[in-house]
Design a protein around this ligand. Structure first.
Ligand code: C2E
Ligand code: CA
Ligand code: CA
Length: 262
C-alpha cells in the first residue's frame, strides 16, 4: 500500500518528468564548480562540474532528483552534450594547470554512438583532453561491462582521465571493476561522514586508500566537511579531497577569485 509520503514522492516525480519534457535546456540548466584540493600543496588542482536546474515551474531541482528522470525519459544524452560543451568552454579560460572533472551518466556509456558523440564534443572543444577527467559511477558499469570498457578505452585514447565515482557504494565485483582502465577512484562521501565515530567507515576508507595506492590509481575523497575529518584523512595518507570544508560548489564567475585567494 502507498504511504502518503510515497504518494507525494510519486506526484513530485511526475511533475519533474512533465517539466523536463518541455524543458529549455539552454536557458534552464547551468553548472557550478567544486574545487578539488591537493593536500600536499593545499592548492586547487581541479574543479568538478555539477549540474543545476532552475525550472520556471518547480524552482531549483537538485540533480539527484532530475538525473534519474532525465535518464528514464531519454533526455540525458542531450543534457550531457549541452553541459559538457559548456563545461569545456568555461574551463578553457582557466590556468593551464587546472583540470576539469565532468560526471557522465550510465546512458552516456551505453552505446558506441553516444560515446562517439562525447568524443566529438571533446575534440571540437580544443580543450586539452589530458586536463579532463570523466567520472563514471559503479552503477553505470554494472549495466553492461563490455560496452563500458569500450567507452572507457575510447576516452583514454583521447588522453582523458577516467574516474570511478562513488567507489564502494555498489555491489560490483572488485576484480572486474579494477580490470577496467580507470585512472582515478573517488571515495564516496558516505564513508567520510562520521569517519571519526564509525570504526567501519574508518576501516573502509583506510582499505580503499591502500587499494588505490597499490593499484597506482589516484584517489580523491569526497564530502570532507570538518577539520577533524580532514585530519583523519591526512593521517591515512590521502592527497586529494573535495568538500564543504574547503568550498561548496561555486559559480564560474567566482573561480578566478578563488584561485587568487587560495
Ligand atoms: P557526485 O558526483 O558524487 O557529486 C558530489 C555531490 O556531493 C554534489 O552534489 C556536491 O554538491 C555534494 N557535495 C560536495 N561536497 C560535499 C560535502 O562536503 N557535504 C555534502 N553533504 N555534500 C557535498 P550534487 O551537486 O547535488 O550532485 C549530486 C549527484 O548528481 C552527483 O554526485 C552526480 O552523481 C550527479 N550529477 C551532478 N551533476 C551531474 C551532471 O552534470 N551529469 C550527471 N550525469 N550527473 C550529475
Ligand atoms: Ca562526481
Ligand atoms: Ca559521491
Amino acid at each position: 500500500m502507498l504511504t502518503p509520503s510515497h504518494n507525494q514522492q510519486l506526484i513530485r516525480q511526475g511533475m519533474i518528468e512533465q517539466a523536463l519534457r518541455q524543458v529549455d535546456i539552454e536557458h534552464e540548466f547551468s553548472l557550478v564548480f567544486q574545487p578539488v584540493i591537493d593536500l600536499r600543496s593545499r592548492r586547487t588542482v581541479a574543479f568538478e562540474a555539477l549540474a543545476r536546474w532552475s525550472s520556471p515551474e518547480l524552482g531549483d531541482v537538485p540533480p539527484g532528483q532530475f538525473i534519474p528522470i532525465a535518464e528514464r525519459i531519454g533526455l540525458i544524452n542531450r543534457l550531457t552534450a549541452h553541459l559538457l560543451g559548456k563545461a569545456l568552454m568555461i574551463a578553457s579560460h582557466w590556468p593551464a594547470h587546472i583540470c576539469l572533472s565532468f560526471n557522465l551518466s550510465t546512458h552516456d556509456c551505453a552505446s558506441e554512438k553516444v560515446a562517439r558523440q562525447i568524443v566529438d564534443i571533446i575534440e571540437v572543444s580544443n580543450f586539452d583532453a589530458r586536463r579532463l577527467d570523466l567520472e563514471i559511477t559503479e552503477t553505470a558499469i554494472m549495466q553492461d561491462v563490455v560496452q563500458v570498457q569500450h567507452t572507457i578505452d575510447r576516452f583514454c585514447q583521447l588522453g582523458c582521465g577516467v574516474a570511478l565515482d562513488d567507489f564502494g557504494t555498489g555491489y560490483s565485483s572488485l576484480s572486474q571493476l579494477l580490470s577496467l582502465a580507470f585512472t582515478k577512484i573517488k571515495i564516496d562521501r558516505t564513508f567520510v561522514t562520521g569517519i571519526n565515530k564509525n570504526p567501519t567507515s574508518y576501516k573502509i576508507v583506510k582499505s580503499l586508500v591502500a587499494l588505490s595506492s597499490d593499484m597506482q590509481l589516484e584517489c580523491i575523497i569526497e564530502g570532507v566537511e570538518t577539520r577533524e575529518e580532514l585530519e583523519t584523512l591526512i593521517n591515512l595518507g590521502c592527497f586529494f579531497v573535495q568538500g564543504y570544508y574547503f568550498s561548496r560548489p561555486i559559480h564560474h564567475s567566482h573561480i578566478n577569485n578563488w584561485l587568487k585567494e587560495n
